[in-house]
Design a protein around this ligand. Structure first.
Ligand SMILES: [Mn+2]
Length: 278
């Protein structure tokens, strides 16, 4: 049974980004519940930007889960990256993500490494960048395991990283480095740019998929682009995926309507034996 999730960003300076809700948690979490979501995914400036006790109380009151926590603000706001040529920046990136793993783990929520993976920078050997990446993934995954959560590694499209871009390459990366306790994030928007077939990519990655970002081809809520969402969700059904479909989409035309459209699409696509018209 797949579960529904909606994103909340608490970083006002990134207001044009792909997150459905933007208001503070006291407003956004009840809204998410009212629309019917099973959980929320949080994007915050850092691990200490949110009062964890207050969050725990809100989640308990609304009976809604925390599905995952994003780490992207480490890159966007603080310029950190796991593959920076600067050792000090890599160290800070590592610390930033470690703190985010601890924050999420209190709620059983994994941290997501997306843009924090960085890029093969100028004057850095490609093999060196990958050694930094896999070394960090290994250590961070071990820390996550000690906190009883997995670590999520997201494949991004070519305009956002020059490391790797497809699910199959993510599977290979983890296998070859012998890294465990890392699951892959299948972001449908990125996959629409990079994969030959979204359905085949999902089926081939199988149990390695641990989280899904649910968005249409243009990053708008599902149903507002040309994504064949029915076949993507059918493939997730084929692999027995029981995690979240998390709406990491633009708040188009506005947060409330984006949330409602996402919920409609989620219900249509996950309803068994029915046509998905989203
Ligand atoms: Mn994503």
């Amino acid at each position: 049974m797949m579960k529904s999730c909606v994103t909340i960003s608490l970083v006002p300076t990134l207001r044009k980004g792909p997150w459905i809700f933007w208001d503070d948690l006291e407003v956004s979490i009840p809204k998410a519940k009212r629309v019917g979501f099973d959980a929320v995914e949080l994007f915050t400036a850092s691990a200490d930007a949110v009062d964890a006790d207050g969050l725990a109380e809100l989640l308990a009151t609304e009976r809604i889960g925390l599905a995952a926590v994003g780490t992207g603000a480490g890159k966007v706001l603080h310029g950190l990256s796991l593959t920076s040529a600067d050792a000090d920046v890599r160290r800070q990136a590592h610390e930033y993500i470690t703190a985010m793993i601890d924050f999420g783990a209190r709620f059983g929520a994994p941290a997501i490494i997306g843009s924090m993976q960085g890029n093969v920078e100028k004057d850095v050997e490609r093999a060196q960048a990958f050694a930094w990446l896999t070394g960090s993934l290994r250590t961070l995954a071990e820390h996550a395991a000690a906190c009883n959560v997995t670590l999520i590694y997201e494949l991004l499209n070519r305009y956002e990283t020059n490391l790797i871009n497809r699910l199959a390459d993510g599977v290979t990366l983890l296998e070859e480095a012998g890294i465990t306790n890392v699951k892959l994030l299948a972001d449908l928007f990125h996959m629409n740019i990079e994969e030959v077939s979204i359905g085949d990519a999902i089926r081939n990655a199988g149990g390695q998929i641990g989280h899904v970002h649910f968005a249409d081809s243009n990053r708008r809520p599902v149903g507002n682009g040309h994504m064949d969402i029915k076949s993507a969700v059918a493939a997730l059904g084929d692999i027995g995926y029981s995690g979240y479909l998390s709406a990491e989409a633009l708040p188009w035309p506005d947060p409330n309507r984006a949330a409602e459209q996402t919920m409609r699409a989620f219900q249509e696509c996950t309803r068994s034996n029915s046509e998905c018209s989203a």
